[in-house]
Design a protein around this ligand. Structure first.
Ligand SMILES: NC(=O)c1ccc[n+]([C@@H]2O[C@H](COP(=O)([O-])OP(=O)(O)OC[C@H]3O[C@@H](n4cnc5c(N)ncnc54)[C@H](O)[C@@H]3O)[C@@H](O)[C@H]2O)c1
Ligand SMILES: O=P(O)(O)OC[C@@H](O)[C@@H](O)[C@H](O)[C@H](O)CO
Length: 406
């Protein structure tokens, strides 16, 4: 017999109520990571009953179509090396496709909404190689024309264009925090300067008054959910959950910036608020995300398909260690890298997390520029050759020649 579909209402009837909190956060780019990270931290915060999330997808509407019939509730599977832990997360209280502007604009304009979070991937920001808004991007130029004409916001295509339309409808007396949760260095400043360029070009400069841009370093390995994962959730919990997500047990969130209208007490759920994010972000982006690139390129060349399979291959491991030795020197010495690397090995070796190398190996030119080139630059500035990091670039070229990466 098929298990009943998981919904917020059915959970309440079953005596495991997760009452919907009032919407005070809007998320743009609802996907696997948002559910496993920001939604999970918010649900675990001590004031979770005050903070509901309205989640909008970035491009594909798929996850909204799965979450909405469940009242936003989903199962998080924490997949450790020896077993799974299943928990229901209730912080998402509304879910929509990204183009549902008739709901998005009034929500962003609502002074009770205090925080907007984003996970739209690095490509979603439409930046040039030097981190400025790409004013030649066709969707961006189209959005500028729509915004300048004051035309219906339904025609906006880019996440930043949609956010700007929402902010333009908000009172300048109602401050708000915009929190990028994408794997980009200095993501708060980049988001702020990209939105400022968009606002200038669209004649909407005042829309950004009262907006605080928060930088974050985010960490939790969250692969794409598979059909087998959904079946495993059904077998283990007795609920059919079309929006379940699998992540490693480890989770980290470091934030730096002001929240002028308040925020959930994320620190009670394990988040870290700091004055200087740079050392945390360097460590994570160079060692973890740079390390993922090493394994992706070397692994794909050697016929491996997952992170766990690649790190178990001695040649891939050797390439990873060579890169890490150089990358660790590029990280601010104020944060530990030795223990961090040891923990990363354990995390990467978790074979029960099926993190596919081809999921990592997208937008590779941008990722190399942000996660490997800084290591080459730092080593060369110190008079060294950086053989470990340049080998990653060589492996990338070989992958491209073999048609293994974009
Ligand atoms: N999955 C992870 O392990 C992980 C960990 C840390 C950080 N992140 C960050 O989160 C991002 C999203 O990861 P995910 O696992 O949720 O991916 P996902 O594919 O499940 O979801 C991505 C979301 O972004 C939207 N999107 C994708 N490309 C876009 C584009 N060009 N323009 C606008 N919207 C776009 C999608 O529609 C979706 O809503 C990553 O790119 C990364 O920056 C992910
Ligand atoms: O699309 P990316 O490269 O930003 O992310 C791919 C993986 O490296 C990433 O998903 C990691 O698993 C994550 O950054 C861990 O916190």
């Amino acid at each position: 017999m098929t298990a009943p579909r998981l919904t917020r209402a059915r959970l309440a009837v079953a005596g495991r109520a997760l009452p919907a909190a009032p919407v005070r956060m809007v998320h743009v780019g609802a996907g696997a990571f948002h559910r496993a990270h920001q939604a999970w931290f918010t649900a675990r915060a001590s004031d979770a009953t005050e903070w509901g999330i309205a989640a909008f997808t970035g491009r594909s509407p798929d996850i909204a179509g799965r979450l909405a019939p469940q009242g936003g509730v989903f199962t998080l599977v924490e997949r450790g090396p020896r077993g799974d832990r299943f928990g229901h997360v209730g912080s998402i209280v509304e879910a929509y496709a990204g183009n549902r502007m008739e709901r998005f604009v009034p929500l962003v304009a609502d002074s009770r909404v205090a925080v907007i979070t984003l996970t739209i991937t690095e490509a979603g920001y439409r930046l040039t190689a030097d981190g400025a808004l790409d004013l030649t991007d066709s969707d961006t130029t189209r959005d500028i024309a729509v915004l300048r004409a004051g035309a219906t916001s339904d025609r906006l295509r880019t996440p930043l264009g949609r956010i700007l339309a929402g902010l333009a409808a908000r009172s300048p007396d109602a401050p708000i925090a915009l929190v990028s949760c994408d794997n980009l260095p200095d993501n708060g400043r980049l988001t702020g300067s990209a939105l400022a360029s968009l606002a200038d070009a669209s004649g909407l400069g005042p829309a950004l008054e009262g907006v605080s841009f928060v930088s974050t370093s985010v960490d939790r390995i969250t692969p794409r959910t598979t059909a087998a994962d959904l079946d495993a959730v059904e077998a283990a919990t007795g609920w059919r959950d079309e929006a379940a997500v699998v992540a490693e047990p480890f989770a980290d969130w470091t934030l730096s910036g002001e929240f002028p209208a308040g925020r959930p007490a994320w620190e009670t759920a394990g988040a870290r608020l700091v004055d200087d994010i740079a050392p945390f972000e360097q460590r994570k982006l160079l060692l973890l995300n740079g390390g993922h690139l090493v394994l992706a390129f070397e692994g794909l060349l050697r016929g491996r398909t997952t992170v766990a399979a690649a790190i178990a291959d001695p040649e891939c491991r050797q390439a990873l260690d060579a890169f890490w030795a150089e990358a660790a020197r590029a990280v601010d010495p104020g944060v530990d890298t030795a223990e961090y690397r040891r923990a990363l090995v354990t995390r990467f070796e978790n074979g029960r997390i099926e993190h596919r190398l081809d999921q990592i190996a997208v937008d590779t030119a941008t990722k190399l520029r942000l996660r490997v080139q800084p290591v080459i630059d730092a080593e060369r500035a110190a008079g060294r050759d950086a053989p470990g990091a340049t080998a990653v670039v060589d492996a990338w070229h070989r992958c491209r020649e073999a048609g293994l990466v974009e």
